[in-house]
Design a protein. Structure first.
Ligand code: DCB
Length: 523
């Protein structure tokens, strides 16, 4: 009894393993937070309970003993309260099983301090992988490239950390850093456990098979929705678009048609109508050729700004799209583009809503290495001089389908994403595979334009094919804008001919394409 008191009081606040599976809500687990679901699920499954004062303490760094004890539970074994230390049985078990070495969590039967200190991320990942996903394969070059501070990782942890990256369990912070020596919060630990358990279920022989060669999508992401007021500045974490707080976010919404032709559907009411169906992004397609910006700069600039402002007023993220099409090589008008984006980026430098899409769809005789990459490098410099943080979207040859070229030779800079455009009646699995290869190479992808039609805007409507596409994007947390918000007599148009832009819309105003697409904003 004395022994019990010695370790039981003061040191251990958290009775993690009371044999209860009740889904208690903790007062300090914020409803709707990125970790709420993970904590609740693990609690429900009896893998953990809160602290004995009824809190969960999500932001406290987890100790080695706590981490090992939860790991033991996750392997399906019963947790037995130890003597000398509440987690001693679990610690002995873990060490014997080779989850960690003696010097990593030293204890000799009386000195337990080290086990009660915050565990490092590298050691936590090692224990997790050894216990739950031993033998997970990885490609050294591919995975190590994802980690910006790889040089600070000790060789001892290469295998567990790289395999955890390969399995989508460990991911870097906003700078791509893993921070091997840092601690991790109890909330972060929950997410790691959840990903590992979900991954375990999908292992060969235990359910859905994962082909070993194709990079698997990470676990279905818990993604944020909502607009800029709630989510703030966007940032990249590896390939994933995240909000200011660092939580994955998915943007879904509409692209305008050409401002010059269908500008009536870019007024405040039309954008509000689109947002009312759940969209959180709007794309402003400003054609450069075809009588667009290059022919009437002042008029088109003002129209584009007015549209961006209307989207901001509706709290949407908004993409300013330099819509090259008949002018297939962006280099042809690089100076006009630089001037346009320098001014726009200065105008919106303090506005987290705005993303810059610098070349809609390069096509024709245009090369990634000779034309688009140098163009993008110049535009990134021009925009960054004004807007240090705004996300920049970069196209590729063949109407922004050649992301494999960008993946092999990406542009220098931060917060850059690469656009992939598809039309469900024309493009299928081959193009979807490109997303996965690009991802494996660490290339962030944004589908800034897609349609339910064929690539010329007509044909179909191809809703089944569209659904397959959207599922593919959804599983990967990839954002999209649909072409297009207009009432033109073509399949890809979301509005029936004659729809009024200045009143509210119901489903009856939407075409077959529009009804499907508007129903997908909130998935
Ligand atoms: C893209 C363009 C976009 C175009 C749509 C549908 O082009 F970015 O501007 O929109 O896809 O084709 C169409 C409108 C029509 C309009 C026409 C010309 O829907 O109302 O008359 O632009 O302004 C693509 C995308 C992919 C491919 C080809 C094109 N592809 N393309 O894979 O072959 O030729 O425009």
């Amino acid at each position: 009894m004395k022994k019990f008191l010695r370790w039981g009081i003061g040191v251990i606040f958290c009775l993690l393993f009371l044999p209860t599976a009740q889904a208690a809500l903790f007062p300090d687990v914020l409803p709707g937070s990125w970790y709420e679901e993970a904590v609740e699920e693990m609690t429900r499954e009896g893998l953990l309970t809160g602290c004995d004062d009824g809190t969960f303490q999500p932001m406290r760094e987890i100790s080695g003993a706590e981490f090992v004890a939860i790991t033991l539970r996750c392997t399906g074994q019963e947790f037995v309260l130890g003597e000398g230390h509440w987690a001693s049985e679990a610690l002995y078990y873990g060490r014997n099983a080779g989850w960690f070495d003696w010097d990593e969590l030293p204890f000799d039967g009386s000195q337990w301090e080290a086990c009660d200190r915050p565990i490092s991320r590298q050691l936590a990942v090692k224990i997790l992988m050894k216990a739950l996903l031993p033998g997970t394969e990885y490609d050294f070059n591919r995975e190590s490239q994802k980690i910006s501070d790889f040089s600070s990782l000790s060789g001892r942890y290469y295998e567990p950390v790289l395999s955890a990256y390969a399995a989508g369990i460990a991911r870097g912070d906003e700078t791509g850093a893993f921070c091997p020596e840092r601690g991790l919060t109890r909330a972060e630990a929950c997410i790691l456990f959840q990903r590992a358990l979900a991954r375990q279920e999908r292992r060969p022989g235990t359910g859905e098979e994962i082909p070993s060669q194709t990079p698997s999508p990470e676990e279905p992401l818990q993604t944020q929705q909502g607009g800029a007021a709630e989510n703030g500045w966007l940032q990249m974490k590896g390939v994933q678009l995240c909000n200011e707080a660092g939580d994955p976010i998915v943007l879904r919404g509409m692209s305008s048609h050409g401002l010059r032709w269908y500008g009536q559907f870019t007024n405040r009411q039309s954008i509000q109508n689109t947002a009312a169906f759940g969209a959180n992004v709007f794309r402003v397609a400003m054609y450069t050729g075809e009588g667009g910006y290059l022919s009437q700069q002042q008029v088109m600039r003002e129209k584009a700004y007015a549209t961006v402002d209307a989207a901001i007023q509706n709290d949407l993220y908004v993409i300013l799209d330099w819509h090259i099409l008949s002018d297939g090589n962006p280099m042809t008008h690089v100076e006009e583009a630089e001037a346009f984006f320098a001014e726009a980026a200065a105008r919106y430098a303090d506005t987290p809503n705005v993303l810059y899409e610098i070349c809609n769809e390069p096509n024709g005789n245009v090369s990634w290495a000779e034309d688009i990459k140098p163009y993008a490098q110049r535009l990134v410099s021009a925009i960054r001089a004004q807007s240090p943080k705004g996300v920049i979207l970069i196209g590729s040859p063949t109407w922004s389908q050649d992301i494999h070229l960008a993946a092999a030779d990406p542009v220098d800079g931060e917060n850059l994403m690469y656009t992939l455009h598809f039309y469900a009646g024309t493009h299928g699995q081959d193009l979807r595979n490109r997303i996965d290869s690009a991802w494996a190479a660490g290339l962030p992808v944004f589908v800034s334009e897609w349609g339910t039609s064929r690539a010329d805007g007509s044909g179909g409507v191809f809703l089944e094919e569209s659904r397959v596409w959207l599922d593919h994007l959804e599983e990967r947390g990839i954002s999209w804008c649909n072409w297009s918000l207009c009432d033109k007599h073509e399949t890809s148009a979301a509005l029936k001919p004659g729809t009024a832009p200045d009143r509210e819309w119901t489903e009856k105003d939407l075409t077959a394409s529009g009804q499907f697409v508007f129903s997908q904003f909130k998935r």
